[in-house]
Write a protein that binds this ligand. Structure first.
Ligand code: 5AD
Ligand code: SF4
Length: 471
C-alpha cells in the first residue's frame, strides 16, 4: 500500500537555515562563542539525529563541549525503549537544576522519543520546570525555529503533538569522526510489536528518496569514510511508501555501486521482511559486510504471536538457513526479550533451544519492560521478578558460552579489519572491527587509525578478540 509522506519543502528547510543565521548573528555579538552540549541516549537513529542537531547548532555559531556546566545550550536526546533508559534521562535532567542555577541563562532542551510520550511530557511540564524546550523526533527539522522562539519570547516551548512524521532533506550534519558514518534511509515503524513504544513515538514508516541516499553515500565515500551504516527501524520495508520501485535489496545494490573503498552495514532488519532477494543482494554485493542483525525476540510460537511479530520460530530458522546457504560465514546477531507478559519458563526454554540451534555471534538481551500505551502493558504478567531474572541469567550464560566458542574459531586466522580508535584495554592501545563487526584489541601505531589492515588473531575472550598487525 502506498501512503503519502509529508515532505518538508526546501523553502521550509531554507527558512530554518535563515533562522540559524540570525541566531549566529546574535551569538557573534557575544564576547566569546557560546558552547552547546548534545547528550545522546539510545539507538543509532538517535546518534544520527544528534548529528543533525549538531549541524544546526554549528550553523548557529555554537562550539561544542561535553561539560554541562560550560554549556549555554544543552540538548538531551532521549530514549524511551525501556524503563531503565527513561530513569537515567530523568535523573540526569533533574540534576541540571543545579547546573542551571549556577548559569541562569542556560537553555535546556529535551528531544527524542520521551518527548513524544504524553505522560513524560506532563512530568516535564510540571516537575522539570528548568527544561525550556521539549520537542519530539518528528519536529527535529524545525529545531532552529523552536530555539528562536525561546530566544525571542518569554516562556517554555513544547512541540510534542502526536505526529505521523515527515522527510526533511538538506539539514546540515556534524558527524562524529571521519571513519564511520550513519545514513538514515527511513524513519518510523509500522509493525506495532505489542511490547514496543517505537511506532507511537517515531511515527509511520517513511523512506528517503533513493537519489538523496545515493548522493549522501557518494559524498561520504569521496570524503574517505570507510564504513557506512544504513539506518532504519526496519530497513527491510524501505521503499514501500515510495513509487520508485526500489526496495531495500535494490537500494543495497545501488549503494554498492557507488565508487570507493568502504564497507556497507545496515540495521535493523525485521525477520518477517527479510527476503531471499535481500540475501542474494547481500551475497552478491562485495561492499556489503557479511553480518546481519536479525532480532528474533522469542523462540516460542505462542509468545511470538502475542508479541505480534508476524513470523513463527520455524519461519525464522528457515530464513537463517537461506542466509547461511548463500553466505556461510555470515555473522548473526539478534535481540531477545525475556519475561514477556505470560511467557512461562517452559516457553522460555524454546528461546534457549533456538539459541543452541542458531548459535548467534552476539546477542542483545533484555528483560521485558512495560511501556505505557502498548498492548502488552495491559496483559496479565504473573511471573515474579526472580524467576525472570533467573531465566535472563540462563540466557546470558548460554550466549557467553556460544560467543566464546565463536571467538575461539578466529584464533590463528588473519582478518582484514578497520582500525577505528583507541582501546580501553590495558594491554592494547587500539581497537579494530572485523567485517562482521567483531571487536579486536591490538597494539600498533596510532597512524593505523582510519585504515583497513590485516590483523592476526592471537587470543580471545567472550566479548572480544585480541590480535597483532599481520603485515
Ligand atoms: N522491553 C524490553 N525490551 C524491549 N525492546 C523493545 N521494546 C522493549 C520492551 N518494552 C527490545 C527489543 C528490540 C530492542 C531494540 O529493544 O528486543 O529489538
Ligand atoms: Fe519496535 Fe517491532 Fe518496530 Fe522494532 S519492528 S521498532 S521492535 S515495533
Amino acid at each position: 500500500m502506498n501512503r503519502v509522506t509529508t515532505r518538508i519543502s526546501p523553502e521550509e528547510v531554507a527558512r530554518q537555515m535563515e533562522l540559524c543565521g540570525r541566531i549566529a548573528e546574535m551569538n557573534a555579538a557575544r564576547a566569546a562563542a557560546p558552547a552547546a552540549f548534545v547528550d545522546t541516549y539510545g539507538c543509532q537513529q538517535n546518534e544520527a539525529d544528534s548529528e543533525r542537531i549538531r549541524g544546526y547548532l554549528r550553523a548557529m555559531g555554537f562550539t561544542f563541549t561535553d561539560r554541562e556546566e560550560e554549556a549555554d545550550v544543552i540538548v538531551i536526546n532521549t530514549c524511551a525503549i525501556r524503563e531503565h533508559a527513561e530513569q537515567r534521562v530523568l535523573g540526569n535532567v533533574g540534576a541540571l537544576v543545579h547546573t542551571k542555577r549556577r548559569k541562569p541563562g542556560q537553555i535546556i532542551c529535551l528531544c527524542g522519543c520521551m518527548a513524544q510520550e504524553p505522560h513524560n511530557v506532563d512530568k516535564l511540564r510540571n516537575s522539570y520546570r528548568h527544561v525550556d524546550l521539549v520537542f519530539g523526533p518528528q519536529a527535529l527539522w524545525k529545531f532552529p525555529e523552536l530555539l528562536w522562539r525561546i530566544y525571542t519570547r518569554r516562556g517554555r516551548v513544547f512541540e510534542t503533538a502526536d505526529d505521523p512524521g515527515n522527510i526533511a532533506e538538506g539539514i546540515p550534519v556534524v558527524r562524529q569522526g571521519g571513519v564511520k558514518a550513519w545514513v538514515s534511509i527511513m524513519y518510523g515503524c509500522n509493525n506495532f510489536c505489542s511490547y514496543c513504544i517505537v511506532p507511537y513515538v517515531r511515527g509511520r514508516e517513511r523512506s528517503r528518496a533513493s537519489a538523496d541516499i545515493l548522493r549522501e553515500v557518494a559524498e561520504l565515500a569521496a570524503q574517505g569514510y570507510k564504513e557506512i551504516t544504513l539506518l532504519g527501524q526496519n530497513v527491510n520495508s524501505y521503499g514501500k511508501d515510495l513509487s520508485e520501485g526500489v526496495d531495500f535489496a535494490e537500494l543495497l545494490r545501488r549503494v554498492n555501486a557507488v565508487p570507493g573503498d568502504f564497507l556497507i552495514r545496515f540495521m535493523t532488519s525485521h525477520p518477517k521482511d527479510a527476503t531471499e532477494r535481500l540475501f542474494d543482494a547481500m551475497a552478491q554485493c562485495e561492499k556489503v559486510a557479511p553480518v546481519i542483525h536479525l532480532p528474533f525476540q522469542a523462540g516460542n510460537d505462542r509468545v511470538l504471536r502475542a508479541m505480534n511479530r508476524g513470523y513463527t520460530r520455524e519461519a525464522y530458522l528457515e530464513k537463517v538457513r537461506a542466509l547461511r546457504a548463500r553466505i556461510p560465514d555470515i555473522v548473526l546477531t539478534s535481540d531477545v526479550i525475556v519475561g514477556f507478559p505470560g511467557e512461562t519458563t517452559e516457553e522460555f526454554e524454546d528461546t534457549l533451544s533456538l539459541l543452541r540451534e542458531v548459535e548467534f555471534d552476539a546477542l542483545f538481551t533484555f528483560i521485558y519492560s512495560p511501556r505505557k500505551g502498548t498492548p502488552a502493558a495491559s496483559l496479565p504478567d504473573p511471573m515474579g521478578k526472580e524467576e525472570k531474572q533467573a531465566n535472563f541469567q540462563r540466557l546470558v550464560d548460554l550466549q557467553n558460552e556460544i560467543s566464546l566458542k565463536k571467538h575461539r574459531a578466529y584464533v590463528g586466522k588473519t582478518v582484514r579489519c578497520l582500525v577505528d580508535g583507541r582501546s580501553d584495554d590495558v594491554r592494547n592501545n587500539l581497537t579494530a572491527r572485523t567485517a562482521g563487526g567483531r571487536l579486536v584489541h591490538f597494539t600498533g601505531d596510532e597512524s593505523l587509525i582510519g585504515g583497513y589492515h590485516n590483523l592476526k588473531i592471537t587470543d580471545c575472550s567472550t566479548w572480544a578478540l585480541f590480535g597483532e598487525p599481520a603485515e
